[in-house]
Write a protein that binds this ligand. Structure first.
Ligand SMILES: [Zn+2]
Length: 448
């Protein structure tokens, strides 16, 4: 490969950017002066809400951070690939993964074990234990490196900035513990996921996108099912909603919507944040609505009811199932795209074949770039679903005035800007901007 030196220097420069960019954001002084800014939104003469100065200040920092995240990690991975770093890493791991040399943990991870005795002989020939060890270690090493490289911005954004803007109620230890848990989950899921993909490339050389896509869909269904019961409790205390008055409202709402579900849970989000939120998750019998306790503390029963009705909209339109199907179909197409890409480029990259794990950074970058390009599409669909849920909420609760109050209070508590330029909405907004949601609620008042 040519120009390796250039890529090595670019890689070095990117690493410096990653370390110093939080300092640059910090040096703007925006975060330091945040405490003195008002979080209240104002109104134009015609009643249109205007973002609070505090929300605008936060937005001035968080937008560049979002763009930075979107660009810097794919660039970093590509430079690592083209600088020859991943080939060197693969060779280094290969030397250490010799059967005679391997330590006990790598032997445990790498041998086929009892699975091997069940697996067809051709599989063991296509992928000896040593190769499996290299694939696994390489995927885990890259994931650890990525998590560590995300640390500076995560820390600045999630701890420093969140405290400066009064959004976080966490201690440093609490934040660090959450960050470690998140990174560990990412390590297990992404590390094993990538290692699994490369294993499939070896075991099913030409048709690997078919089983890989099927497995990804299966795993995402499992993930949706286990997250509320296994993952969320790692971060929050999860309790069923017991308030009898609110439960009665929920049952009335559910009955009016023709649904039999009343699974509503509360998480102690106030132990970490002042933000207010609620979400709907799960499939089939495991469907549930989850409310932040911050919502129950500071909001009127009518406003909470509007939130519940919105979440029931996601329930009614089966947004989780539709999302899973859409993501599954998209990833299947994406996997065939990856096969095409690898088939065309592995020689140029100096790889020993399309399934050479040394091509992993390149593959990760390709996935990140496609995901970034697909973000506007994904978010457009999300915004459409959120509008559906808003309309459903207005029709079900018949509380347009409470909806408007709710949206304005949410903007105050979450320091959200109420509107954004079209390009920004198109790329980043999972929900319609608050001005639009308020306008929809007001139109409901007029038409009904
Ligand atoms: Zn929603």
């Amino acid at each position: 490969m040519r120009h390796q030196g250039v890529y090595r220097w670019t890689l070095f420069a990117l690493l410096i950017v990653i370390v110093i960019s939080p300092l640059l954001y910090w040096s703007t002084g925006i975060g330091q002066s945040a405490a003195g800014l008002s979080a209240e939104i104002s109104h134009q003469p015609d009643g249109t809400p205007v973002s609070s100065p505090k929300a605008m200040a936060l937005h001035r920092l968080s937008l560049p951070m979002r763009v930075e995240r979107l660009l810097i990690y794919p660039l970093l991975l590509i430079c690592f690939q083209l600088s020859g770093g991943s080939l060197a890493l693969r060779r280094w791991l290969e030397e250490r993964a010799q059967p005679g040399l391997s330590s006990r943990p790598t032997r445990l991870m790498g041998t086929w074990g009892w699975v091997g005795r069940l697996a067809p002989r051709t599989w063991r020939q296509r992928m000896p234990g040593r190769d499996l060890r290299v694939i696994l270690l390489l995927a885990l090493a890259l994931q650890v490196a990525l998590s560590l490289l995300e640390f500076p911005l995560d820390f600045y954004n999630g701890f420093v900035l969140a405290h400066q803007f009064g959004l976080s109620t966490q201690t440093l230890v609490g934040w660090a513990s959450d960050w470690s848990k998140n990174s560990l989950i990412a390590l297990v899921m992404n590390g094993l996921g990538w290692a699994g993909l490369y294993s499939l490339m070896r075991l099913v050389p030409h048709r690997w996108p078919i089983p890989a896509g099927a497995l990804m869909m299966l795993l995402s269904v499992v993930l949706v099912l286990i997250t509320p019961v296994l993952i969320t409790p790692l971060f929050y205390k999860v309790q069923p909603l017991v308030d009898p008055a609110l439960r009665a409202r929920i049952l009335t709402l559910a009955e009016r919507a023709g649904m039999d579900g009343d699974e509503v849970y509360v998480i102690n989000a106030s132990a970490k944040t002042t933000r207010v939120n609620a979400y709907f998750t799960g499939l089939g019998d495991a469907r549930r609505i989850v409310l932040y306790d911050t919502l129950l503390r500071g909001y009127t029963p009518d406003q909470v009811e509007v939130v519940l009705a919105h979440e029931m909209g996601h329930w009614y339109y089966r947004h989780v199932a539709v999302g899973l199907l859409g993501a599954g179909a998209a990833s299947w197409i994406g996997l065939f795209g990856l096969r095409w890409l690898l088939g065309r480029t592995w020689r140029l990259l100096g790889l020993s074949g399309p399934a050479d794990p040394a091509g992993l950074p390149y593959l990760m970058a390709a996935v990140a770039i496609v995901a970034a390009l697909a973000l506007p599409v994904q978010n457009s669909l999300s915004r459409y679903g959120e509008s559906q849920a808003d309309r459903f909420s207005l029709a079900l609760s018949q509380k347009p005035a409470a909806s408007v109050e709710l949206l304005e209070r949410l903007a105050v508590h979450n320091l959200s800007v109420v509107d954004a330029p079209a390009w920004e909405r198109f790329i980043f907004y999972t929900h319609p901007p608050i001005v639009e949601r308020i306008r929809m609620a007001e139109r409901h008042t007029e038409t009904n």
